[in-house]
Design a protein around this ligand. Structure first.
Ligand code: BYC
Length: 318
């Protein structure tokens, strides 16, 4: 293709983005747009898959049958989210095997939040309330992202995430209204998950390398700092309502801005976790790679069965 032709296609592409038209898999798109989407969608898919592990740790120890069923369903939803997202990513011309390989070799990123331990039952409440809460705030704008397959996957994901958030908050409400020990457990979980949840929304706008371009392409519809502020403003009143204290001495309602001012985030901790040095990075990767290797016979058996069925069909047709 000549340079002139590419320029024309680029101009048409920008025009479509400006008119909020969805870009579909078979449409022409700039190579950088395709690569940026593969990066973000695959990181998102990996986060859903690795995100099952901290909660999976509590399935056998859920305090009642009702809690166990709800937790199992939530984790299963996350597996589903990972699969929709891998499928959306594949429409951009990358294979599922390549994506898994990037995750298992440690080349691909996944959300920092899943590298923290889940040490009490209250952590199941805190994850649903705070982590899924932050995820919804980040993902609702993604429902109107410019790439069609990603936007459509996000609509379904968001519907399920809002149940997850309520499930988590309900656990926190119960614990906060329980015995002093239970309330203390809820407060301890909030203390440990609050700051990592703020970090999960990504580096500050000043530090974010991709935001500017991603906003132009309408991949991102809001910046990391805007989403973080929205999360804080939404979540602090929820903590107040159940008598828990957000662990930030600098948190203060700002009458003028009609928003909360908040304390300094420890960005060194964030980057350490992103670089693989968080409390559970190694444990998460080991668990994932082991599950993948030990599941090989299941994949092989499914493939053998599918091939056998296919051969039968062909033989019948002949
Ligand atoms: N953790 O320029 P920036 C869930 C990286 S799953 C690790 O701001 P961008 C759930 C970033 O990748 C939730 N790395 O990037 C599941 C970039 O590095 P690369 C996951 C992070 O993309 C189970 C560099 O830092 N949600 O909901 O414009 C149970 C510079 O950042 C993180 C999604 O994935 C992080 N937290 O903005 C419960 C949503 N933050 O790629 C819940 C989709 C940044 O250049 N993703 N980095 O090597 C997004 O919206 C955006 O990718 C982000 C980051 C806001 C996360």
């Amino acid at each position: 293709m000549s340079e002139e032709q590419i320029k024309t296609l680029e101009a048409q592409f920008e025009e479509r983005i400006a008119h909020d038209e969805k870009i579909e898999a078979k449409d022409w798109m700039p190579e950088k747009y395709r690569k940026t989407h593969i990066r973000q969608i695959s990181q998102h898919a990996h986060s859903e898959i690795i995100g099952m592990l901290p909660e999976g740790n509590w399935i056998t120890r859920a305090p009642s049958l009702r809690r166990k069923v709800a937790l199992l369903a939530k984790i299963q939803d996350e597996a589903g989210h990972g699969l929709y997202l891998y499928s959306a990513c594949e429409t951009l011309g990358v294979s599922r095997d390549e994506l898994y390989d990037q995750l298992h070799s440690g080349k691909a990123k996944y959300s920092s939040i899943f590298n923290y331990p889940t040490i009490t039952w209250a952590d199941m409440g805190a994850i649903g309330w705070l982590v899924d809460g932050a995820a919804i705030i980040n993902q609702v704008p993604l429902c109107s992202t410019s790439y069609g397959p990603y936007a459509r996957a996000m609509i379904r994901v968001c519907k399920e995430e809002s149940f997850h958030q309520r499930q988590g908050y309900e656990i926190m409400v119960k614990l906060a209204n329980g015995t002093p020990e239970q309330k203390e457990m809820a407060q301890d979980a909030l203390n440990r998950w609050w700051w990592p949840s703020l970090m999960m929304l990504g580096p500050t706008d000043a530090e974010s390398v991709h935001t500017e371009q991603s906003m132009k392409w309408k991949l991102k519809r809001k910046s990391n700092d805007e989403l973080r502020q929205q999360f804080i403003d939404q979540t602090v009143p929820q903590a107040d309502l159940i008598g828990l204290t957000v662990p930030d001495p600098d948190l203060k309602w700002n009458e003028e801005r009609q928003s909360y001012d908040f304390g300094e985030i420890d960005w060194d901790e964030f980057w350490q976790v992103v670089k693989g040095h968080g409390p559970c990075n190694k444990e998460r990767m080991n668990a994932r790679v082991t599950a993948w290797e030990e599941g090989e016979w299941v994949r092989d058996a499914a493939m053998a069965y599918a091939e056998k069925k296919e051969n039968k069909k062909i033989n019948k047709a002949v």
